[in-house]
Design a protein around this ligand. Structure first.
Ligand SMILES: Nc1ncnc2c1ncn2[C@@H]1O[C@H](COP(=O)(O)OP(=O)(O)OP(=O)(O)O)[C@@H](O)[C@H]1O
Length: 338
């Protein structure tokens, strides 16, 4: 579906003494198979959009090669464009036409009949909560409504490969949940392949079969969210021992399956590679030496823990403006996004 080898993008900025070279993408290899939903994560400026723009033929690679749906992004760029759906970060520019007409024209450009484009467009309007806005001019829509219209435009021709650049940024929680549902259906009902960038770690975790993390233009990790979390830090297991006398023995028992074991009052904590598999044995072990527990908690690492371990930085710190959950009313503040 998507295969890239050594993709590079260099930008030249400024003039004279201010002249600078920016290596936005620095040798990216990708292999994305049919039917996969892949989440492309990285802090601001890591190279996500630039990679997407090369794969969707909007930007010619400085070096390297890529095929999308079997077509070369340079030699067969027209075929690549015809075979994909793309929702850009910036959003499309709309004419003075009504939203529904824009959608139908867009569908017809991809070879649908007027009736088909209208039917699919209206179904997408309903699914993405744009009911009643078919005849509204996009310029009179809120930021979030325009964002959802962008998504309708990217999906109306039912592409089997869809690129979504931060599709849910600026959407309120309800619209975000609806879009997640829609992305899941694209895969489960139509077998579509989805390549999406996002700043929301929970979104990447929830939706993606596989996560690819880019930092400073290079891929630093590519695997399922579970495998990435397991490789990196393991789960945090927190035992609350019922009485002070047994804390030391509990710590010894935990040490047999965990690393970085520490005690804090009656709490004994440690990192365990796959807690789901290891904890039942630990509980039997504790019971066999009659150590009573008040509670046990298993805290799974987040994708942010993964990024922190790989790069020494937190994705949240690297990008503090957009990683928090979209607040209520985010639709209104979308225009202010940096
Ligand atoms: N047209 C351009 N000219 C010069 N530099 C650019 C251009 N486009 C992107 N860059 C630079 O390339 C780097 C990668 O940018 P890119 O937009 O791909 O990052 P990103 O991971 O998508 O970031 P964000 O999460 O903020 O969208 C950044 O340093 C950016 O400033």
């Amino acid at each position: 579906m998507i295969h890239a080898r050594g993709l590079v993008q260099k930008f030249h900025t400024g003039r004279g003494k201010q002249k600078r070279e920016v290596l936005a993408v620095d040798g990216v290899d990708l292999d994305i198979e049919e039917g996969e939903v892949v989440g492309f994560l990285g802090p601001n400026g890591a190279g996500k959009t630039t990679t997407l723009r090369m794969l969707t033929t909007l930007l010619r690679p400085t070096a390297g090669t890529a095929t999308v749906n079997g077509y070369d992004v340079v030699a067969d760029s027209v075929m690549v464009r015809r075979s994909i759906g793309y929702v850009s970060q910036a959003g499309g520019t709309f004419s003075q036409a009504q939203a529904g007409d824009e959608v139908v024209d867009h569908g017809m450009l991809y070879g649908l009949s007027r009736a088909e484009a209208t039917e699919r467009g209206k179904a997408l309007f309903a699914q993405l909560q744009l009911d009643g806005l078919w005849e509204r001019m996009p310029k009179n829509m809120s930021g979030g409504q325009k964002r959802r219209l962008d998504i309708v435009m990217g999906l109306v021709h039912e592409p089997t490969l869809v690129f979504l650049d931060e599709p849910t940024t600026g959407l309120d929680p309800q619209a975000r949940a609806n879009l997640w549902e829609h992305i899941r259906k694209l895969r489960s009902e139509r077998g579509a392949t989805v390549f999406l960038t996002t700043h929301y770690l929970d979104e990447a975790d929830e939706l993606s079969d596989r996560i690819i993390i880019i930092d400073n233009g290079r891929i630093v990790a590519a695997d399922t969210a579970d495998n990435l979390k397991a490789q990196v830090s393991g789960d945090l297991v927190d035992l609350e021992v019922a009485d002070d006398d047994h804390v030391t023995t509990a710590a010894e028992k935990l040490t047999s399956i965990a690393t970085a074991v520490e005690t804090d009052g009656r709490h004994v904590r440690g990192r365990v590679r796959r807690a789901g598999r290891a904890v039942p044995g630990l509980l039997r072990d504790l019971e066999s030496v009659s150590i009573p527990l008040d509670s046990i908690e298993v805290i799974r690492p987040t994708l942010d823990d993964v990024f922190l371990t790989l790069t020494g930085r937190s994705l949240r710190d690297a990008d503090s403006t957009t990683t928090s959950d979209a607040p209520d009313g985010a639709e209104q503040s979308e225009g202010a996004r940096s």
